[in-house]
Design a protein. Structure first.
Length: 152
């Protein structure tokens, strides 16, 4: 994976609104993104500790961003498959609305990684925020979601 050449001191800390309204919307619409700092990977083919090396951002930041194709658990269903080789991502809390100028443009789901198999997995310190466009903003079915990962 060829990373973007980032200038010294570069920090990437987008807001939820920027992640959904600019990055995810442009990616889904097939438009150019000014600076390619978010790689596309099949996130659930990797365990979380393997992901920092796949990021274009410095590893020391302890936060990483990825575009990920939406993976369905069942061919005709809407549930997402979030299992990895060593565990699974479990949703916590309810989805949060991402709002821009008083309109809902997307949603953020918070997930925590558990080692092992459900429901007996062991909770880890890996946290992920999964962002998706709202249906009225996306053209057709959204193919990508954007992932913000961190180790807390």
């Amino acid at each position: 994976m060829g990373g973007a050449s980032l200038p010294p001191g570069f920090r990437f800390h987008p807001t939820d609104e920027e992640l959904v309204g600019y990055y995810l919307k442009r990616k889904t619409d097939g438009l150019e993104i000014e600076l390619e700092v978010i790689p596309v990977i099949d996130l659930y083919k990797f365990d979380p500790w393997e992901l920092p090396e796949k990021s274009f951002l410095p590893k020391r930041d302890m936060e990483w961003f990825f575009f990920c194709p939406r993976d369905k658990k069942y061919p005709n269903g809407s549930r997402t498959n979030r299992a990895t080789k060593s565990g699974y991502w479990k949703a916590t809390g309810k989805d949060r609305k991402v709002v821009c100028q008083s309109a809902v443009i997307g949603y953020r789901k918070t997930l925590v990684f558990y080692c092992g198999r459900a429901p007996l997995g062991d909770r880890t310190d890996w946290v992920m925020h999964e962002y998706r466009l709202s249906d009225d903003v996306s053209q057709g079915s959204p193919v990508f979601q954007v992932i913000h990962m961190s180790f807390v």
